[in-house]
Design a protein around this ligand. Structure first.
Ligand code: FES
Length: 150
């Protein structure tokens, strides 16, 4: 991210401490995560320490601080999905890719996240792969999808 890109984002704000969350949301929306460089620039703009930025940002689970993988895999673990086998799906992804929830594979091809509800509980259990929601997913179907992407 260049100084110009930061400048464009910051130009929509007054530089007050209360702008922090909105700025971080814009940065993550644009780049997929909050880099160390982004924290440094945001700290300078808001005249806060980097520790203050991390202190606030890590409170919200929606912020991520590592670069996302190419393929995003989000296993829903909300109540409906959990009851219908979400944990089995989550375990299958972890086993197949060799990563834990919140991690990216070493080759950065897969990004494994857990979400609390994707808003389509009637289709449980669901897994979202990039922008596509896969309904009533079963372990075998999920493994097949992941194999096709390997
Ligand atoms: S609990 Fe999974 S979509 Fe709502």
């Amino acid at each position: 991210m260049t100084d110009n890109e930061y400048g464009r984002i910051f130009s929509a704000f007054k530089g007050e401490e209360g702008d922090l969350i909105a700025i971080l949301l814009r940065i993550q929306e644009k780049f997929g995560y909050i880099s160390e460089d982004a924290v440094k620039h945001t700290a300078q703009f808001l005249r806060l320490s980097e520790n203050q930025i991390y202190g606030v940002a890590t409170f919200y689970s929606k912020f991520r601080f590592t670069e996302p993988g190419t393929t995003s895999i989000k296993v829903c673990m909300g109540t409906a999905c959990h009851v219908h086998g979400g944990k089995l799906l989550s375990d299958a992804v972890g086993w197949k890719l060799g990563v834990s929830i919140g991690q990216v594979t070493e080759d950065r091809r897969f990004d494994f996240q857990r979400v609390n509800c994707l808003g389509c509980c009637a289709l449980a259990p669901v897994v979202k792969i990039n922008d596509r929601v896969h309904a009533r997913m079963m372990v075998t179907g999920l493994e097949e999808i992941l194999s096709r992407r390997e």
